[in-house]
Each structure stands twice: as structure tokens, then as C-alpha cells.
Design a protein. Structure first.
Length: 228
């Protein structure tokens, strides 16, 4: 038996509202999947769940034991969502961006399936939890001091014979932890490149990068400084 039109509108409307609210948060942060993408994903998942329910009800023929599996379409939606979410993840040096956006897209897909299946209250509870996570936890992360990772590359001429351990101590004097050191000699160009993998507090990222670059800028034999 087909669902009443008001039930369909309630489910799709709840999915639209959820997509708009969570998409607005992503849009305000300038993320690649924002208001339109999140809303469309949530509504599409709800419609997929409704279609699955319609097909299942339509296949209820007296005297036939076969029934379509209503979970199949939902599984296909989640699989397809994986490809869309992966497209929002970007790697920039040591920094990986887009993981939260991908998680939000996957999450709104689940909520859309819940709405489309008739579990509107469950979907609204899920939306409330999502809002707490995306709005409140960034503040908590800043409070507890999240670790940040970066790399400092110093290129000098081979005339610079300063031991890497001495440079390491200079860097650590700025309150930075050196995790790993790589050394490369280019005999053709007569250059030496030192790469320091660093760990420090997120809230000091701007200060640390500026101080370290300034510190090594006027160093003798220095050719290039790169922060990534």
C-alpha cells in the first residue's frame, strides 16, 4: 500500500532540513562539499529508502513467496557515497584536509536513509548529535592543544658544515619537537638539503613557522627555506 503523501513529505522534508543545516556548517568553513552537496546527498538517500519501501510493498503478490531485499538499495547508496566522500579528501604536504567533510557526507547519507525509512525521530536525534560534534568539538580541540605536524627544509651550499644535530637543537629551542631528520647531498649542484619533520601545538602553528623561517633566513650559505 503506498504511503500517504503527508508521510512522504515529512520524511523528505526532514532530510532536506538536515542537509541544509549540516551543509550550512560546512559551507561556512569553505569546505568543498557544502550546502548544496550535503542537502542533495541527504535527500537522495531518503528518496532511495522510500523507493526501496515502495518496491517491497509493490512486490507483495499473494501466492508468491519471493520478496525484494529492501536493504540492497541502501547498501548501494552507501557504496556510492564512498566515492563522493573520497573526492573531498585532499593531501597538502603533511596536512590532510577534507576528512570531516567526507564523514559529514557519509553521516547525512545514513540520516537520509533513516528519514526515508520512517525513523524521523532517530534522524533528528542524529542531526542533533552531529551539530554538537561539528560545532563544539573544534573549540574543545583548541582547548586541549591538538598536535600539528609540519616539515622544514633547509638547502645550503656544501660549504656549510654545521652538523644536523646542532641545527636540531636550534629548532627545538623554539619549543618544537623534531621527529625525524633526512639529509641529502647534491654533488652536481654542490648543495645540501636537510629535512626536519616537526611536531608542535596547533595553536602555535603560525608563530612557529614564522620564527623558524626568520631564524634561518640570514644564515650563512643558506640558499632555500621551505615550510610544508
Amino acid at each position: 500500500m503506498p504511503l500517504p503523501i503527508d508521510a512522504v513529505l515529512l520524511r523528505v522534508g526532514a532530510a532536506t532540513l538536515t542537509g541544509l543545516i549540516l551543509g550550512l556548517e560546512r559551507e561556512s568553513r569553505g569546505r568543498p562539499a557544502g550546502l548544496r552537496t550535503t542537502t542533495l546527498v541527504c535527500v537522495a538517500a531518503a528518496i532511495a529508502a522510500l523507493l526501496s519501501e515502495f518496491w517491497y510493498a509493490g512486490a507483495a503478490t499473494p501466492g508468491i513467496d519471493w520478496r525484494p531485499d529492501p536493504a540492497r538499495l541502501a547498501a548501494g547508496v552507501l557504496t556510492g557515497m564512498g566515492f563522493l566522500g573520497a573526492g573531498t579528501i585532499l593531501r597538502q604536504g603533511n596536512l590532510v584536509r577534507g576528512l570531516t567533510t567526507a564523514a559529514v557526507l557519509w553521516y547525512v547519507t545514513i540520516l537520509g536513509l533513516a528519514y526515508g525509512s520512517g525513523y524521523v525521530a532517530l534522524g533528528l536525534i542524529g542531526m542533533g548529535i552531529a551539530l554538537i560534534v561539528v560545532l563544539s568539538l573544534p573549540w574543545l580541540e583548541r582547548l586541549i592543544g591538538v598536535e600539528r605536524y609540519a616539515s622544514l627544509l633547509l638547502t645550503t651550499t656544501l660549504d656549510d658544515d654545521t652538523p644536523s644535530e646542532n641545527i636540531r637543537r636550534e629548532i627545538e629551542g623554539f619549543g618544537v619537537r623534531v621527529l625525524h631528520i633526512e639529509l641529502e647531498h647534491d654533488l652536481r649542484l654542490q648543495q645540501r638539503t636537510l629535512k626536519f619533520d616537526l611536531e608542535f601545538k596547533q595553536r602555535r602553528a603560525g608563530e612557529i613557522s614564522q620564527h623558524l623561517v626568520d631564524h634561518f633566513t640570514h644564515r650563512q650559505y643558506m640558499l632555500r627555506i621551505k615550510w610544508e
